[in-house]
Design a protein around this ligand. Sequence first.
Ligand code: FAD
Length: 290
Amino acid sequence: MTNTWILTTDESIGALVETAASIGGTSTVVAVAPSAPSVTGVDRIIHVPVAENTPAEAYAGVVAGLLADAGSDVVLTANRPAERAFAGAVAAALALPIIVGATSVGADTAEVARYGGLTNETVEFNGAVLVLDGGAATQAGGPAPETHEAAPMGATVVSAQPASSGPANLAAARRIVSCGRGFKSEEDLAIARSLADALGAETACSRPLAEGTAWMTKDRYIGVSGMRVSPDLYIALGISGQVQHTSGMAGSKIVVAVNTDANAPIFRIADYGIVGDIYEVVPALAAALA
Ligand SMILES: Cc1cc2nc3c(=O)[nH]c(=O)nc-3n(C[C@H](O)[C@H](O)[C@H](O)COP(=O)(O)OP(=O)(O)OC[C@H]3O[C@@H](n4cnc5c(N)ncnc54)[C@H](O)[C@@H]3O)c2cc1C
């Protein structure tokens, strides 16, 4: 019987829990976090408390030790910085392969998106560590966590500067308002934020706004070299829809695009398209929703 392990630093692992359930067998969450998480739909939760001023990555060796008997089990983790450190440590300790970018996972196969989603590979394995989207939090509840106290490797956070905007959790966002080069200045992004506020949505962007102008942080850009998201609603504002961008959001349930160019490629994948100027359309949408 397969045991699926889920390695995490927070509760945003709903998609991993669903994957573990579809694999069958038992599922165990290893949570490295200041407080024990609440996760429904799994058999067991092992909580590794994080010491004050210690980065979660410093517990990578502890996580690997907890999985020492995992053998050829399936290990799932979300595509986040500390989780990637855990994945590397576990894979090295167990001599298992790491598979990044899986879109679906079975007990011994995974579908993996390559080339920005242009190709889908089927990979067979006998035990693997898989890095994929974590999803949103599950409902509160689940088994009582077992505490596993352990000493981290030597690393200490000596200072922290707040970012100008809060950290993005786009993988868990159900609604996303995404901005492209149709915006003429950083200040103009305020109209997108008004729409996002009216919808209770996260804001995101195409790569030029994060890597080029730096109007948004790099954790907010969507695409082949950025975040992959699959929200219920994705609103693309002034985004042309190049494949490097759309490969990161093609899994969205409903896509709305606003663009002055009726021939923009984004309209090919949009469920609702508005050929118009974002400077007129977006404030009108926000006002209608307020
Ligand atoms: C190796 C590689 C990796 C890449 N990875 C990524 C990635 O991960 N993510 C990503 O996003 N890109 C990525 N890119 C870049 C990608 O190819 C595109 O250049 C980028 O996505 C374009 O961003 P954009 O749509 O915002 O800008 P543009 O392509 O310039 O499009 C701007 C759009 O805004 C419209 N517009 C202009 N003014 C208005 C207005 N007033 N109202 C409404 N619409 C208006 C225009 O008609 C146009 O369609 C990558 C490129 C390479 C080479």
